[in-house]
Design a protein around this ligand. Sequence first.
Ligand code: AGP
Length: 603
Amino acid sequence: MCGIIGYIGNEPVIPFLLEGLSRLEYRGYDSAGIATIHEAKLVRFRNAGKVRDLEAVLQNATPAATVGIGHTRWATHGAPTEENAHPHFDCHGNIALIHNGIIENYLTLQEELVAEGHKFRSETDTEVLAHLVEHYFTGDLLAAVTAAVRRAEGAFAVAVLCSKTPDRIVAARRGSPLVIGQSRDASFVASDIPALLGKAELVTFLADDELVELTRDAVRIVDFDGNEISRPPHRVRTDQVSIQKDGYKHFMLKEIHEQDRSVGETVREATAFGPSRLSILQEPIAPFDHIYLISCGTAFHASLTAEYMWERYLDVPIQSIIASEFRMRSPHLSEKSLVIAVSQSGETIDTLMALRRAKSAGAQVIAVVNNEQSTIDREADASVYTRAGIEIGVAATKTFTAQIAALGLLGMQLGKERLSQAEIDAEFERLALLPGRINEALQREEEIHAIAEKLHRATDVLFLARGELFPIALEGALKLKEISYIHAEGYPAGEMKHGPIALIDEQTPVIFLLSRGLAFEKVLSNMEEVKARNGQIIAVTDAIADPAVIRLADFAIPVPDVEGISRPILFTIPLQLLAYHTAVWRGTDVDQPRNLAKTVTVE
Ligand code: AGP
């Protein structure tokens, strides 16, 4: 899941490339590199590590260059070394190529090119494309790149520079996202919009099996068969604020504190389109008799929460399935299937491929995305948008709670025949108060920072809950794993005695999510079982004053006592803060945790 950026214009290109790469760094931060052309000479700078380290290397770069490409890497093939960093060159240093994705048939192509005398310098799958372009180049870069990508199998977004055609950049995509930008006197290419904010006025999304040729004053899109494609550009929709830290130490902490706004705007958006407040889905959908929710990671936890909520609103079978496994199974799919693809980025390839499988079997697909115009948004039959704004922190926070709000409202809309007006009114009264209650939960940050001090030395942590809070326990465990590197597991509390209880001792903290409205007594018994084995208990609860909670919990974090869509959202906030502060105590890289990337575009 690398980040790609390119610019051809009249301004010095290096500052643009560096700023663009730092905005794309959440896509991968194993190495970074750029290539520019000045006076028909192709020059390259690369290094293992972060974009800020590349800046140091660039001291001797030619500031005058006005065309260039840049890359930040999430290593798939070959270790994160300078040799494996992009851009990759052809044999003679005339062609520079950057790539996001995986070339599945690279070994076959490499054998063919080595037999022809090409010399390879890296362990990557990508380098084969640079040599393939060289193999086909006879003066027309677009033709050479077209011939090369037609031979490639797998997912890719590439951008190519050639010293023999210094007045253009050629890019192509299949599977991995690419957006084209335009301003009065420049053209841009990037993996996603944040890199172009404040630079491009208009953007166009490249679809699969398309190429683009960028010059200073024009953008030309063709498909892999050379047919011209005309696609109206969009005006860039977003504000600058979302890519600044605003004085917070980390983007993750800023985004946690933005949830009153992101949930509030997602709910507001849902009620803006029509007489009935239940109008988050604007397109009509055909009748269905079963539902699948497909997604990955944090989005899967939002889908699982929806499965619990929707069973109250709908009388059809509902199942949330991890997208990569959806493709391994034989789910019953037909025209009567309604498939909900949940993804903040809208680019996660496992979810995209599961979506395509469902569509090919005749299913209707609704996308729930935070990224309008993303591939999943464009390929779905209808879309619901979360309005969380751009999320920079690799660990998803504000997009998760916005997803629960959007999915809750979508479920009510799909099942509105079964809901009384009183139930709908009561839910909207609670939602109207939710932003305030989120702020209430955020006020507990100092206490949570102190509890995290106790937690940060643990090696294993268990998260236990029942009912619709079980997916929130899974999410709490994922957040702690992702950014503090502590091994953590979420489990249904009732399942503990069937195995995980063997892990309990004074070293293993257990975090209980305990709500008056959800099998309260049963969860208290589970807490008794943990206490009986000297386990340390942290209780996140809406019953803070309950004598049993006071007796059993070593630490207790209160959340407002609310049912409906608000409950899973309010129980999430303390878990996000606990993970954040535990990571801060451990000194890990909170916004760019090791081995992770924000958008997973490889299978
Ligand atoms: C969550 O913190 C992770 N970044 C990851 O699990 C993420 O939720 C997953 O990759 C799905 O991403 P998506 O919502 O963009 O599809």
